[in-house]
Design a protein around this ligand. Structure first.
Ligand SMILES: Cc1cc2nc3c(=O)[nH]c(=O)nc-3n(C[C@H](O)[C@H](O)[C@H](O)COP(=O)(O)OP(=O)(O)OC[C@H]3O[C@@H](n4cnc5c(N)ncnc54)[C@H](O)[C@@H]3O)c2cc1C
Length: 464
């Protein structure tokens, strides 16, 4: 059965992940009419919380960082949900020679750590006097090795990048992947001089809100995305949408055609915003040629397998930390083991442990194809060898993310230029989401909040 109903809204948003929901939430607060179209049957996108056997666990992100004013304000607006991690979350461990060591947190522990070579401990003293780089496309690995030394790359930056990007610092370009680090060297000539100067510099408005604390939400991160969905209004979110295609109309608006519950629908909007991954853009934007999209489609994604592992009545005092990150020199399959139950009170039954184990990434992309049995074997082998855990778990769930984390590599310049070109050529089209502006939840909230205000400024005031 086909039924054509043409509704007109201010903004059509593709995707009910954190970006789309935050955008719609702010637009609704600004009095705008929005409609979200979501292909899956649930809101939250990569954020999905599960409850089983008394454990609360995530299939995607476990935690975020209060790294932008926008995420701090969103958490403040939903303060009953906000959950800031236990101070033990400050402790991060790095694997070396089959043992986890704390990442140094100050000069004394920096001098004592076995993670960094003696030569590099002295070499770092000369860091303020090294010339800044001149290659704007310098990789993170090259920059770190040049300024700090190889052991900093191998035992600090590589595992950190494995944990955040599931990526390879030898491929990520600093300017795009860690723009603040790039700016530190370019502006102040050195990381150390830059860090000191920034501490003394006058603070930007509201910068005190950027605490860099680790956050989650009570009951798991889905409580935040579910709350946003309630505030937007469930009828403003169409789930289970398929065959969605967006086209510009000669009269200046946009049309979204899609199928929902076996019926075809058409929606009109002044603006459309996509929040999906690069490969998903192709079918959404049929008016663009392959050549138009090629620079965006060249974005590579790290595939990630995440395993939630829980055991009642198990405490791991030697692993009471945010988690342990794993250098690629030490293990080609394991990216890291997080310990959400050490950070948050409600993730495991009293006295129990919930671990979140990340495998694959760019160092072992083929693991995404591994069977459940193979994944279980890798997990039990690593837990036995690294944490001395030799028990059958009470909970084990395996989640596979084929396009988990976009890799901001050398192709980024061409991709970002093409996004700007396409947006300029097609007024009202906005290509958002993690294809630009950062990969973390804090970045997603910031992008969506700023875009909401930008779109509100472009929409006629009489529409409110
Ligand atoms: C395994 C994993 C671990 C992570 N860990 C962390 C972490 O520790 N900290 C952190 O800050 N961030 C982490 N992230 C990143 C964080 O999850 C993302 O930045 C954020 O959730 C992305 O939100 P989004 O809305 O941009 O995209 P998504 O959540 O991907 O949402 C996009 C939505 O668009 C929908 N969609 C796609 N195509 C269409 C279409 N054609 N029509 C309709 N709908 C469509 C999808 O179904 C999806 O719901 C992690 C991500 C993953 C996958």
């Amino acid at each position: 059965m086909n039924k054509e109903e043409i509704e007109q809204v201010d903004v059509i948003i593709i995707g009910a992940g954190l970006t789309g929901l935050t955008l719609a939430y702010h637009l609704r607060r600004l009095g705008r009419k929005v409609q979200i179209l979501e292909s899956s049957q649930h809101v939250g996108g990569a954020i999905q919380t599960f409850h089983q056997e008394g454990f609360t666990f995530e299939s995607g992100p476990n935690t975020g960082v209060v790294g932008s004013v926008e995420v701090a304000e969103l958490l403040e607006q939903q303060s009953d949900l906000r959950l800031i991690a236990d101070p033990s979350a400050k402790k991060r461990l790095i694997l070396k020679g089959g043992r986890f060591y704390p990442l140094p947190s100050g000069p004394k522990s920096g001098l004592q750590t076995p993670l960094i070579s003696l030569g590099d401990k002295f070499r770092v003293l000369l860091e303020p006097f090294r010339k800044p780089g001149t290659d704007p496309d310098e990789t993170l690995a090259h920059l770190v090795e040049r300024r700090l030394g190889k052991s900093y790359l191998d035992y600090a930056v590589d595992p950190f990048i494995g944990g955040i990007y599931a990526g390879d610092p030898r491929r990520l370009v600093t300017r795009f992947a860690l723009p603040k680090l790039y700016a530190l060297e370019q502006t102040y000539g050195s990381f150390i001089r830059g860090a000191i100067a920034k501490r003394r510099a006058p603070k930007a408005p509201k910068s005190e809100l950027i605490t860099r604390e680790v956050f989650a939400t009570h009951g798991g991160l889905s409580t935040l995305t579910d709350r946003l969905a309630e505030l937007i209004g469930r009828k403003r979110i169409h789930l289970g949408v398929s065959a969605c295609s967006l086209t510009p109309h000669p009269e200046g608006h946009w049309e979204a055609r899609y199928i929902q519950a076996d019926e075809s629908h058409c929606l009109r909007g002044r603006h459309i915003v996509t929040t999906c991954t690069a490969p998903q853009l192709q079918s959404l934007l049929p008016f663009l040629s392959e050549a138009d999209l090629a620079p965006i489609l060249s974005l590579r994604y790290a595939p990630v397998v995440q395993v939630s592992w829980g055991k009642r009545e198990l405490s791991l005092p030697h692993f009471h930390a945010f988690g342990g990150l794993v250098p690629s020199l030490e293990d080609k399959q394991l990216l890291g083991i997080l310990n959400p139950s050490a950070c948050f009170p409600d993730r495991a039954p009293e006295g129990g442990t919930l671990l979140s184990i990340f495998l694959g990434g760019m160092r072992s992309p083929e693991l995404i194809e591994a069977s459940d049995e193979e994944i279980r074997q890798i997990v039990s082998d690593r837990l036995r060898r690294l944490l001395g855990i030799d028990y059958e778990p009470d909970l084990i769930r395996i989640f596979r993310h084929r396009h988990a984390i976009p890799q901001y590599e050398a192709s980024s310049e061409a991709r970002l230029t093409q996004i700007s070109t396409l947006e300029a050529l097609h007024p009202g089209l906005h290509l958002a989401g993690a294809i630009r502006d950062g990969i973390g939840m804090s970045d997603r909230v910031r992008q969506a909040t700023l875009l909401a205000h930008e779109l509100d400024g472009q929409l006629p005031t009489y529409d409110k």
